[in-house]
Write a protein that binds this ligand. Structure first.
Ligand code: IPD
Ligand code: CA
Length: 308
């Protein structure tokens, strides 16, 4: 029964409106949607439990585990966190396709194409290894391997124990409290996240100088999923990543959380962000708290781009 409900919510929900038992089925689907938050929360709890013993020795030399599907070196902590998530999903008898920065694309159960679970087991691995207290786990659930079909998402701040969640159409939450982005409209007074972490900094810098010379408070903390949630919650007012380097696994859950909070997320060209969910797929974006600050940032980044 429980598995059927989850499956129903992952797939197209067809027959839901036509059914004679429309009301009952609506209640079932609503139940299934909220069940996802329970399951994602269990995943988070298991990640926390399983990585805890590793944190004590994390700054010691680590075995070479090769490259993950996203192209970065895999560490034991990343694999442990991914296994912790997969174990919970399997125990919950969910049949799904995993899209992970570490293992890549792996099918589980009998009808894996009915549900896609996109995971960045640890976002901010370098922070974690260096003891910088800013890293997260990110899990998104979708009907198709595309960003616009994500209907449930969780980003858990593993240092401070806070968790951001969203269900499509139901708002975004930090723990039990609803969140909304800030009303800040000034680039000068706002706090603007900019990811400059790129070997292509010479090409990138001219596109960002107009924005960065106006903003007085530029930040980058090193875990982009969490930084997008900071925009959703109003801790920072915008976050710009136009490096062409970030993987979709890092934004899958946070993009829903930001949208449900009421924030704005577009490509640097101003189009709605919709990309394939794939560990190799890269993504660029401008995320902002509200339309006014978004318009100002967009025009500065765009103006620079036209000058190239
Ligand atoms: C990294 C973080 C970081 C960003 C990198 C990402 P990871 O994620 O989000 O802030 O600058 O591009 O790769 O590798 O720790 O999952
Ligand atoms: Ca990662």
């Amino acid at each position: 029964m429980f598995q059927n409900l989850i499956l129903e919510n992952c797939s197209e929900e067809k027959g839901f409106i036509k059914s004679d038992h429309k009301k009952e089925r609506r209640i079932q689907v609503m139940f299934a949607k909220t069940e996802w938050i329970k399951i994602l929360t269990e995943c988070r709890n298991n990640v926390q439990k399983k990585i805890e013993p590793l944190l004590r020795t994390i700054n010691k030399p680590q075995p070479d585990l090769g490259l993950g599907a996203g192209g970065d070196p895999t560490r034991k902590i990343d694999v442990t966190a991914e296994n912790a998530i997969v174990d919970v999903l399997k125990k919950s008898k969910i049949t799904f396709t995993l899209i992970s920065e570490e293992s890549g694309i792996v099918e589980y159960g009998e009808s894996p194409r009915s549900c896609y679970v996109t995971v960045d087991p640890i976002d901010g691995t370098t922070n974690l290894i260096r003891g910088i207290p800013f890293y997260a786990t990110s899990i998104a659930v979708s009907k198709k391997p595309s960003l616009k079909t994500v209907h449930a998402g969780l980003v858990a701040d593993l240092v401070h124990g806070t968790t951001y969640t969203a269900l499509r159409g139901r708002g975004a939450y930090r723990d039990n409290g609803r969140i909304t982005p800030s009303q800040e409209t000034s680039i000068e007074e706002g706090v603007i996240g900019v990811d400059l972490n790129s070997y292509r900094i010479r090409q990138l810098a001219p596109r960002l100088t107009a924005l960065m010379s106006q903003a007085e408070h530029i930040r980058h903390f090193g875990a982009n999923a969490l930084e997008l949630c900071y925009v959703a919650e109003g801790i920072i007012d915008a976050f710009v990543d136009i490096r062409g380097k970030l993987r979709t696994t890092d934004v899958a859950a946070a993009s829903l959380i930001l949208a449900e909070a009421g924030g704005i997320l577009t490509t640097p060209e101003g189009q709605p962000l919709d990309v394939k969910l794939d560990p190799k797929q890269k993504v660029e974006f401008i995320a902002a708290a509200n339309a006014k600050i978004y318009d100002r940032i967009f025009s500065l980044v765009k103006a620079q781009k036209e000058q190239r």
